[in-house]
Ligand binder design. Sequence first.
Ligand SMILES: [Zn+2]
Length: 255
Amino acid sequence: MTRLADTAWPSVARLANAGAVLVVPVGACEQHGPHLPVTTDADLAVAVAEAAAAIDPLLVVAPVVAYGSSGEHDGFAGTLSIGRDATEQLLVELGRSAVGTFAHVVLACAHGGNAAPLRAALDRLTGEGHPVTGWWPRWGGDLHAGATETSLMLAIAPERVRRDRAAPGDRRPLHELLPELEVGGVRSVSPNGVLGDPSGARAEDGWALLREAAADLSRTVARLRDGAAAAGRSRPVDRGEPDPEDDEQGSEVPA
Ligand SMILES: [Zn+2]
């Protein structure tokens, strides 16, 4: 598995020259009920990206975008939101920069509240001709800090789940909640911050969801890589010659 965090630039250049696609996990820092850490969305975005990278040596995982648009969780301690405009601009600048190295870039987002700024950023990036794509896991299930996200966190970081504090919140579906959420945020419908019911959460269910999402992400990446290769996408900057002395990633990169 290749993380940018473990990789020096000559190795990055070699991966990019071999057609690697960059996946940027996009998360948030916001309340996830009384039992899950506030970094849950960022943790899940990283977990999916890394699980996909584990089955695809030409999928490179970028450091996570750990903050996003979380205004709907205002009023809960630990929610650190940078808002819609800043999230959009951050993703636009990141995308513009990343396509200087990689033939395709995927913004893999695990926080529903980032959907609007992410779509706006993708519109701008694709309008400028940049090969940047958005991807979302389709977890299904309940909405926020319920059985779905709790199962996922039990799979990847059980030591950070406070099961003894897990309690149901508002269990209505999104279309029923939305009018109230738009006016008063999560605080107005669920005092404990949960939208769903975490009590039936199981690590096995989390692993199954994670595997499914990772397979979907790796298929998406493979398709985009093939498309970039077929288009003979030229790189806008000189990314350096492969370094024959550099074998950090050598065993992982197909010839
Ligand atoms: Zn979440």
